[in-house]
Design a protein around this ligand. Structure first.
Ligand SMILES: Cc1cc2nc3c(=O)[nH]c(=O)nc-3n(C[C@H](O)[C@H](O)[C@H](O)COP(=O)(O)O)c2cc1C
Length: 130
């Protein structure tokens, strides 16, 4: 059974290296677990979408919850899905553009077409904060 989790967490002032190391772990581990998704970091908070087999996601969420690099995990969505939104991304870093005017436009181009409209709205709103 395929599921999707969307959560936010707090991680003030992580270095570029720390974020890179999270992405490297994801690239190393997620393909074997058939987990896909996307990750945004705005300098204070993460927003992550993970999708895959429910049991694998529960296992990953336990690991992520215990990761000292962030705190205050709050799950925004947790649901069964028929098909993945990000089938080609083991964990895609979605960058938030410097220019606030261009953020929405650039995100719309980068986010997968199949992303559920409600989740797309949350991702775009997260990126438009500040
Ligand atoms: C915001 C955030 C997102 C993460 N996402 C993943 C992920 O998708 N896959 C993963 O294996 N580890 C992820 N991690 C890292 C895990 O918490 C853990 O450090 C890692 O899985 C340990 O595996 P490793 O020893 O291969 O690095 C994430 C950590 C953070 C803080």
């Amino acid at each position: 059974m395929l599921s999707q989790y969307l959560y936010i967490s707090t991680a003030p002032s992580l270095s570029r290296d720390e974020v890179e190391s999270i992405l490297a772990s994801s690239a190393r581990n997620n393909p074997a677990k058939d987990i896909t998704g996307l990750l945004l970091y705005n300098g204070r908070n993460f927003l992550q979408l993970i999708e895959g087999d429910e049991a694998e996601l529960v296992e990953l969420m336990v690991r992520i919850t215990h990761d000292p690099r962030h705190t205050g995990i709050s799950i925004l969505e947790q649901r069964k899905i028929d098909q993945r939104s990000c089938p080609d991304w083991s964990m895609k870093r979605v960058l938030i553009a410097e220019s606030i005017e261009k953020r929405r436009e650039l995100l719309e181009a980068e986010l997968p077409k199949r992303l559920d409209p409600d989740i797309r709205k949350i991702v775009v709103n997260f990126a438009l904060l500040n």
